[in-house]
Ligand binder design. Structure first.
Ligand code: RP5
Length: 184
């Protein structure tokens, strides 16, 4: 699978999934990239099922214009580590809650990379944070990206403060009753 969100612009974020079963977990992050017009691509490449393609992807990533790679995988989850071994671009690992250990195995595999080859690991299933971190990295070189993040944070803070104003007005019983009415 190959998807490019902004036609005509070459991707700067590469999102690599170990399996198509990982796609739903990454969707909230992909939606952010899409909404903010970050040129990105999504690939299914497995470190164990398609090792040659995964290695080639990472080895050619910089020359193809990518700035950061997000790699999501479950179970033994060596994908981000293998990609990181083939590129000096930053690699963000997203552990997926698949298999009997529900992501603990993937989290440990990513976050416990041996010294020399880092993987910036986010929480289990944290596709949204992976996308935000990728945009933060892009923002180091281009203010257009951190301006998007600043606007997003303002909006997020407003959401929390609005809820607090409502809570102060209604009291917690009233707040819960309203939430129940709204089906939350
Ligand atoms: C990993 O194994 C994938 O990243 C996925 O999370 C898990 C299961 O893969 P499928 O059997 O669903 O393809 O390689």
């Amino acid at each position: 699978m190959d998807m490019q969100a902004v036609p005509g612009k070459s991707p700067v974020v590469g999102v690599v999934l170990g399996s198509d079963s990982d796609l739903p977990v990454l969707t909230p992050g992909l939606e952010i990239l899409e909404k903010w017009d970050v040129p990105f691509e999504v690939q299914i490449l497995s470190a164990h099922r398609t090792p040659t393609e995964a290695a080639n992807y990472a080895a050619t990533a910089r020359e193809r214009g990518l700035k950061v790679i997000i790699a999501a995988a479950g179970m033994a989850a060596h994908l981000p580590g293998v990609l990181a071994a083939y590129t000096t671009l930053p690699v963000i690992g997203v552990p997926i809650a698949s298999g009997e250990l529900r992501g603990i195995d993937a989290l440990y595999a990513m976050v416990q990379m041996p010294p020399g080859i880092p993987v910036a690991t986010v929480g289990i299933g944290a596709g949204k944070n992976a996308a935000l971190l990728a945009v933060e990295l892009l923002g180091l070189a281009d203010p257009v990206w951190y301006h998007k993040l600043e606007a997003y944070r303002k909006e997020q803070a407003k959401g929390v403060l609005d809820k607090n104003t409502k809570l102060q007005k209604l009291g917690y019983h009233g707040y819960l009753a309203r939430a129940k009415e709204a089906g939350k």
